[in-house]
Design a protein around this ligand. Sequence first.
Ligand code: MOS
Length: 742
Amino acid sequence: MMADTAPTPAKQLDHRYEGIAKVTGKAKYAAEFSQPFPKANLAYAYIVQSTIPNGTIASVDRYAADLAPGVIAILTPFNAPKLAQGPPQPPARRNLSLLQDKDVHYNGQPIAVVVAKSLNEAKAAARLLTIKYVTKPAQVSFRERPGDARWPKNPGKEPAGNHRGDVQAGFAKSAVVIEQTYVTPIQHHNPMEPHATIAWWEGEKLNVYDATQYISGVKMSLAKTLDIPVDYVRVINPVVGGGFGSKGSMWSHVPLCAMAAKATGRPVKLVLEREQMFGPVGGRPSTVNKIKLGASADGKLLAMQHDVIMNASAMEDFTEHSAGPTKNLYMSESNSVTEKVVEVNLGVSTFMRAPGEAPGTAALEIAMDELAEKLKMDPVQFRLVNYAENDPSHDRPWTDKHLRECYSQAAERFGWSKRSATPGSVTEGNALIGYGMATATYPANRSAAQAVVRMLPGGRMFVGSGTQDLGTGTYTIMAQQAASGLGIDPSLVEVKLGDSTLPKAPVSGGSQSSASVLPAIQDATTQLKLKLADLAIADIASPLHGLKTLDIEIKEGKLFNKNNPSQADSLADLIARNGNKPVEAMGSAEPSESKDSMTSTSWGAVFAEVAVDKDTHMVKVRRVVGTYDIGTLLNKKTGLNQLVGGIVWSISFALHEEAHIDPVYGRVVNESLAEYHVPVNADIGAIDVTVLNIPDIKFNPIGSRGIGEIGITGAAAAVANAIYNATGKRVREYPITPDKIM
Ligand code: MOS
């Protein structure tokens, strides 16, 4: 621990800032607002989806629908207003379905919008539309078409940095080699809160409540798409019921809602139904990972090769970088990766919690287990032998890395030393018991951000930033950071976020919100302290009147003369004497310069124990123990909750989740939470998570790296490796359902 330079930890809130508002129903999600527009005017929009995977719309017979009760308007490709449609801003570079042409690229594509006085009337009228298509042959599967694999359109050629050293030479001199193919399925994000938008126009100005991870992205993308000045758009979103990447970019329903509001002259609400979450708002593509690893007899990796093909939509490419961990998780003498896409008639793929690292570690960490076994080495020892002291992919140092301590602490807590290396050798009643482990990893990201703080009457404070809280704890850590700047209690801070009129902050994606926004708040409180000191100096009634700015220190809600601490003023008194006028300061922060010379990454070690029934092959994950190196732990409750939630999802990745695509119609067959399996409480055993809590101050002044995504990495492979240890059956295709263990 770098005690001399480490930041003083902020006082933690022991509850979520917005927790009581949420559990008492006071917190309003995007679809729940009925202000400031006249509520009686609110109209309801329902998206009509295509029922073929490829072709064109020949006609829409709307006669019956137009006459149906409550119908206000129906937008189709035949009557929708034409849009200028400039290129949307990253990361929202989406090819949207906005009724601008009659092409159908996948089954489920938005092709019409019905607006009615009630949701039920809109849905009923939608069923009365008769849509005729000219169909074209469709491709909905890709695994049998490896010959169609190509480089993604962006960059359109082999990306730089995918090859290091000579892998062929590495394999030639390897004493032990494994080569296998590992498959991960298409998955769909299912946040509790589906996508939802309310749009209303005030003249040329557009307001939206929108369930998004990126209010300023939606603002820019709406302005571009609808060809209006960016300052004419306001996006509001005080709480989000989960996002996981699906709300990281703007999808078609948002501008469609705004178009419907314009066409009808009313505020319009558009909420996606659960089945509409499977296709029109993205998902994780399926990855087929061919992995070859070679090592010397003493376990040194000499060559790693990882070639991926995945499905991409006929509408737009997206690359799931599942070969990413192969480039830098271990030190190998050489490595080589490729990632190619095969076009299919499915909805667009997108970021889904730990894009790249989640499927990448799920695949690579089984391969590592297989090679360790062939080498007759303990899987932890094998990883320690190949520990990457520097980032192999860029040949440069890490800003900080304590993965060794993660392995040792988690192994100790788990009781790894009791593991039997012989598969199928431990039984308990009718169950086979197995232990498995894997490494977790996720990059630490950071972007420019701004914040505003105000000293308020009564010793209270305000902090605001145009960021978002997906349920992760942004409100809570913003309160803590603002409070720590002035040494006041975090319960005295009022927080505002989720409004695009606030100072700009980045997308809450890539696990970057805390690392980006908190340094901006830190800068803002530094500016605020200078202003408060100057106010006291100029105030004839202040005990500090006439001192120099540098002589004044602010802590515990008071201003002191550094040279004579008995000379003090309270912040509450100062503001009271200022006519109770708040004092405001702005702050901003950018990624540190080390980003070009060092790599910042978070790490973890995950251990799992499973019990597999000998007859039914049902897997019970009894225990998962993980220790993570994520820099400073900002808040125990919200931080550890994110890691535990990530592990739950990783167990889901290992055992449950898969979107099944109809081979003829190309529709997701299991587009409901009844059939798209996610774990319930009974599926999850004990989860024990610790963090090292060592600040990474070369990454940012708070020392915190992101925590939102790393939990879903590694744990799936730990479960898969535990199933192998229990049964001797190596399953290389997720999810590991009982039929695959037979
Ligand atoms: Mo996360 S998939 O970057 O929202």
